[in-house]
Design a protein around this ligand. Structure first.
Ligand code: HEM
Length: 200
């Protein structure tokens, strides 16, 4: 496997995927909560659902790319000073975040496939996206749709909690522990204490 980047940084591709997906997930959470809990006109609601589904499927496709990149480019090592328990907590959080990148969009895709209303998904108003075969042909869709909708919502809340924990840990490293954990995943920033090279 390839080694970490010189200067203890993430690769530019990893940095790009991290922040573009973070932005996508933030948008999904805001749009998802709005469409599920705010009373809107039917057309506005329909457009929000389509946008939510479009960004969600994009996140699913990007998750495959990100996982492949991660397997080929291991992240830079954690600081040697980090206690084993924090190391394990960071690894577990990252594993769960990766799992969420797949499981959340898949449950979303599954719930719209099992939906009684059977509304088609057209990504960004351009690309028709199919329903999952078995779910879309069920005889009694209502209970399946209900369970999948609840599952998607609970998982979304779990993801919100996980992302909050993840961001709080990054801020703690930056502002309290003064190490390079946050700067090495920021675009165009050298890790603390490292000399910036012109090519970086
Ligand atoms: C990382 C990806 C995703 C995130 C973070 C996410 C987040 C959310 C959130 C926060 C909600 C509101 C939950 C509630 O409080 O009731 C929601 C609802 C929903 N999501 Fe997603 N979502 C994702 C992917 C998808 C995908 C890929 C689809 C479909 C292709 C989808 C379809 C839906 C639908 C239809 C609802 C409304 C369910 C209802 O009728 O209440 N989501 N999502």
């Amino acid at each position: 496997m390839a080694s970490a980047q010189p200067g203890n940084r993430y690769t530019a591709v990893a940095v790009f995927l991290h922040w573009i997906m973070a932005l996508g997930i933030l948008a999904l959470v805001v749009i998802g909560l709005t469409m599920a809990h705010v009373k809107l006109q039917p057309l506005a609601l329909f457009k929000l659902y389509q946008l939510h589904k479009s960004i969600g499927i994009t996140i699913l496709l990007a998750a495959f790319l990100r996982l492949a990149w991660r397997l080929a480019h291991p992240p830079p090592a954690l600081p040697a000073s980090m206690p084993p328990v924090e190391r394990k907590a960071a690894e577990a959080t990252h594993l769960l975040l990766y799992a969420a990148l797949f499981v959340l969009p898949l449950t979303g895709w599954a719930l719209v496939s099992a939906a009684v209303l059977n509304i088609p998904t057209v990504l960004y108003g351009i690309i028709p996206w199919p329903h999952l075969p078995i779910l879309s042909t069920l005889h009694n869709k209502a209970p399946v749709e209900h369970v999948l909708t609840r599952t998607h919502a609970y998982l979304a809340w779990a993801l919100i909690a996980l992302v909050t924990l993840h961001a709080a840990a990054a801020l703690r490293h930056h502002f309290l522990l003064h190490d390079d954990i946050l700067t090495r995943i920021l675009p165009g920033r050298s890790p603390r204490g490292a000399n910036r090279k012109p090519s970086q």
